[in-house]
Design a protein around this ligand. Structure first.
Ligand SMILES: O=C(O)CCC(=O)C(=O)O
Ligand SMILES: [Fe+2]
Length: 328
């Protein structure tokens, strides 16, 4: 791994670069699951076996996931590099709408194993057909949209900010970056932004003076009731905001939101993920977006797998059918 392959971050954050031995062990574990019947990522029985197998991830990987779960650190994200696949092993990048993975492949299984060790991998029935592993790929005709199928700059957002059961973490595993190898997932953490906000602005952000609509990826879903952008500890709050979908309900709140946007942009950083790396983002602390890039639709475009992780399966029980991980 050269320095060029390492995603850059201005705030020190959690990272792990797998050794050759760890990479080999992870490949072997993933290959066993690729071959485990019925070899379908969304099959409840297969997921149960993958959950068990996630206890056999390399020790240092389990340790850093455990540390990250305790506290996501000042950057609110964890970057893993040296995962066991490379660009040359991959088929063409898909370029259809609502693209998802169904069959077990090494990269999809690696995303599931890591997600299942961090918590429970979940999905939403009304988004991307409820698939647990979703593709983030540019789609012809959607270039200009504020969605993960677009290629214009994507505004900062908490994932599914409108949803009462939004993910605790978002995992983005990079199969290939864009042709220029420069496209980045932008991240910005409230822990960095908070000290730059005036006390009076923080107070407004803790009040229910904002409303958030579902993102375009959702086929149905209601706007939230008025909610606060910051919740919990005043010194270390959670943040819930989508700069494309959250509206302030009064003029003062609108001005505060504009100042918050400026601060979040100032402390943001680009995670330029290359093939074989994965970012895990704490969705309670971090907003993410994406830089622009130029897709060519030639099978070699940027391609990420996305997984969502919940920490508490009981919390979402009323939205799920038995042991199924898909929220209605
Ligand atoms: O393309 C990216 O890096 C992130 C896109 C995004 O926001 C998402 O897939 O949730
Ligand atoms: Fe997103």
């Amino acid at each position: 791994m050269t320095m060029l392959d390492q995603p850059t971050r201005t705030v020190p954050g959690l990272t792990l670069d797998l050794t050759d031995d760890e990479r080999d062990a992870l490949r072997e574990l993933a290959e066993q699951l690729v071959a485990t019947p019925p070899a379908l990522l969304d099959d409840v029985g297969w997921v149960a076996q993958a959950r068990q197998a996630s206890c056999w991830l390399p020790l240092r990987l389990r340790q850093i996931l455990r540390t990250f779960r305790d506290d996501a650190g000042p950057a609110g994200s964890l970057i893993l590099t040296g995962l066991p696949f490379g660009e040359d092993d991959l088929p063409a990048t898909p370029n259809v709408r609502e693209s998802v993975e169904r069959a077990t492949t090494v990269p999809a299984v690696v995303a599931m194993l890591i997600g299942l060790n961090l918590g429970e991998v979940i999905a939403y029935r009304d988004e991307k057909t409820g698939a647990l592993v979703q593709n983030v790929v540019p789609v012809p005709g959607l270039e200009g949209t504020q969605s993960n199928a677009g290629s214009v700059p994507l505004e900062f957002h908490v994932e599914n900010a409108f949803h009462p059961q939004r993910p605790d973490y978002v995992g983005l595993l990079c199969l290939r970056n864009d042709h220029a190898k420069r496209a980045g997932t932008l991240v910005t953490c409230i822990r960095q932004a908070l000290p730059l906000l005036e006390e009076t602005d923080r107070k407004v952000l803790h009040e229910p003076r904002f409303i958030t609509a579902p993102p375009p990826s959702f086929h149905q879903g209601d706007r939230t009731r008025p909610h606060a952008v910051l919740t919990g500890s005043p010194e270390d709050p959670n943040i819930c905001l989508d700069l494309n979908a959250t509206a302030a309900l009064d003029d003062e709140a609108r001005e505060v939101m504009a100042r918050l946007k400026g601060v979040l942009t100032d402390v943001s950083t680009s995670l330029v993920l290359q093939s074989g790396s994965m970012a895990l983002i704490d969705n309670r602390l971090v907003l993410h977006g994406r830089t622009e890039f130029t897709p060519r639709f030639d099978g070699r475009d940027r391609w990420l797998h996305r997984v969502y992780v919940h920490l508490d399966n009981r919390r979402s029980r009323a939205h799920r059918d038995g042991s199924r991980p898909v929220l209605t």
